[in-house]
Design a protein around this ligand. Sequence first.
Ligand code: HEC
Length: 275
Amino acid sequence: MHKWLKAVVLLGVLTGLQLPAQAGPAEDLRAFQDYFRKKFPDIPFDEFSNGVYALPQAKDAREQWQQVMRMPPYEIALEKGKEFWDQNSLGSCFKNGGRNIAQHYPYWDKRTHMVRTIELDINECLRRKGKDPIEDLKQGTMAQVAAYMKSLSRGQRIKIDISDPDALEAYDEGRRFYWAKRGQLNFSCADCHVTYVGKQLGGDILGPGLGHTVGFPVYRAEWGGLGTLHRRYATCNLQVRAAPFVPQSRQYRNLEFYETYLQQGLPLAAPSQRR
Ligand code: HEC
């Protein structure tokens, strides 16, 4: 375990930010983005879409990443996603044939009374066509198709509508999840991605919470392919030795809703590559 982390765990004290008093999503958004703007005044806003590689601490890693991105390792997977999309005419289920809509995902759906993600809507579309839904929701075909659909909206700026009072409940659950301490290490998402952003953890640098979700699905060599956002959530839960939730569980969908709302204005950059 890394020295600073060990110290934090042993002392059992975290001096960082606590769950801010509830003042509403607009206030959350301003406070969250201001925090990163102030902490990293030299990083242009749109750069945060590049995840950890936006940070000055990750300068060397960024150079490697830029090299890799010249011939992205996910090209074949993306091509497979497109084939599946075309074969099953998935475009017919979505507005604009699926173009330039991913920036509004996830969204609160009044009818099904839940937060809906791209993955859920892809499976819903297959069901409507009388086909089998994709079972594995964290990798393989689902990650490929979701990556393709998101690529159709690359560069579009995140805009999440949270005006429905019931949507606010889902948002609040996600927000509590983000700030709750969990696992044997007793760490919240915010501890690593807000308070300790930029610090080293093993071989990793802790990336900023600003930028989360917009590059997903991402390709990781460790995964040997593309993985969905909820696969990453599970990895992060396991890192603090907390039990992960199932991909597309209510908990993870609401967490995605909260996290994505905080990215308002950032351009979509999916798929991407990460270490
Ligand atoms: C003990 C520290 C730690 C905790 C706690 C943690 N993460 Fe992470 N997380 C990491 C590390 C390390 C990475 C890989 C480097 C990076 O991108 O930050 C990562 C990456 C991510 C990424 C990928 C970002 C990208 O663009 O590739 C997301 C999204 C994420 N974490 C969300 C969460 C959420 C949500 C929680 C709470 C459930 C959480 N993390 C808790 C350490 C942590």
